[in-house]
Design a protein around this ligand. Structure first.
Ligand code: ZN
Length: 325
């Protein structure tokens, strides 16, 4: 195999910049329903590449605030859309990255917290919005957002942890909901939720071993990682699987060299950006998870990323840790 062997940092920075931070050009970013997530992915990739100033901070913050949904009291993906937990987390992550959470003000913050808590169901799970789609992604999303805001409480955490544990499968993986097939993205959301809640010790050592095995078996002979058995490798799993292994202290169960090579082969040598697998079209989602994966493996002095929050460690180090046991 003869692929590119270095990370084209400058090209990736220019690629993300080309997605444009100017407000009137946000139309060209992905699709409207992902807009705020897209900005979070772009900003986080730029942070890992040590170039956050590539985005105009004031304009990004202004756009985030323009996505506030007054009716629901949370953030929508785009102005005048409906609020959702996923975009609310992106908004909180962007503001926290810029150390600008104060701009929310007390009233908005109170409504935001009540929106997040209000989406928790009796079994401890969360729905993404009032339309009721439920899965472990939203448990992670809610816990992460509340944690960044410093507003996690046992009333929210304890039932959420109980729900997460019901999603653990005997093969060592986690599903979208109890009894659902194991999937690598759910390993991240479940282990991330437990880590944020300071409750990783609810898992026994045997369980941690099994989880580690299920995760490291995601690496295929070509070096890339897949999300479930017998699926193709995909760069975004470099994040979901590696972060999960990092959270349980077993990152070195993966062959770094082969995975690094796979990620680097997914770069677009001309215009920058990273795709899901070699030769495919690049996008900002796979770009951030590609560079974040490389950062976790300590590649080339990339800025260290926090495996639990998927934000720069320099930012998450300032978060108030959940104090309860
Ligand atoms: Zn993918």
């Amino acid at each position: 195999m003869s692929g590119p062997l270095t990370l084209f940092k400058e090209k990736h920075i220019r690629y993300i910049q080309s997605l444009d931070t100017r407000k009137h050009n946000f139309e060209y970013w992905l699709t409207e329903h992902l807009r705020l997530n897209g900005i979070y992915w772009g900003l986080t990739a730029l942070c890992v590449l040590d170039s956050p100033e590539t985005f105009a901070k004031e304009e990004v913050i202004e756009f985030v605030l323009s996505c506030w949904d007054t009716k629901c009291g949370a953030f929508a993906p785009f102005p005048r859309h409906d609020a959702h937990l996923l975009t609310t987390l992106s908004a909180v992550q962007i503001l926290a990255t810029y150390d600008a959470l104060d701009i929310l003000g007390e009233d908005r913050k109170i409504r935001l917290i009540s929106f997040i808590r209000g989406n928790q169901l009796e079994d401890g799970s969360f729905q993404g919005d009032r339309f009721g789609e439920v899965d472990t992604r939203f448990v992670y999303t809610a816990l992460s957002a509340l944690s960044i805001l410093g507003e996690l409480t046992p009333e929210v955490v304890d039932p959420a942890v109980e729900f997460v544990l019901k999603c653990y499968n005997f093969d060592g993986g986690f599903g979208l909901c109890p009894n659902a097939e194991s999937h690598a993205a759910q390993a991240f959301t479940c282990l991330g939720a437990l880590a944020i809640a300071n409750k990783l010790d609810v898992l026994s050592n045997d369980q941690l071993e099994e989880i580690g095995w299920w995760l490291c078996e995601r690496q295929l002979p070509e070096g890339g990682l897949n999300g479930r058995p017998s699926k193709l490798p995909d760069v975004c799993y470099s994040w979901w699987v590696l972060s999960s292994l990092a959270i349980i202290g077993r990152l070195d169960w993966i062959n770094y060299e082969k995975l690094t090579e796979f990620i680097l082969e997914c770069q677009d040598e001309k215009k920058g950006g990273i795709s899901d697998r070699p030769e495919n079209e690049v996008d900002v989602f796979h770009t951030v998870f590609g560079v974040a994966g490389l950062s976790l493996m300590g590649y080339d002095n990339l800025v260290p990323i926090d495996p639990i929050y998927c934000m720069p460690k320099s930012v998450t180090a300032k978060f108030k840790k959940y104090p309860y046991k």
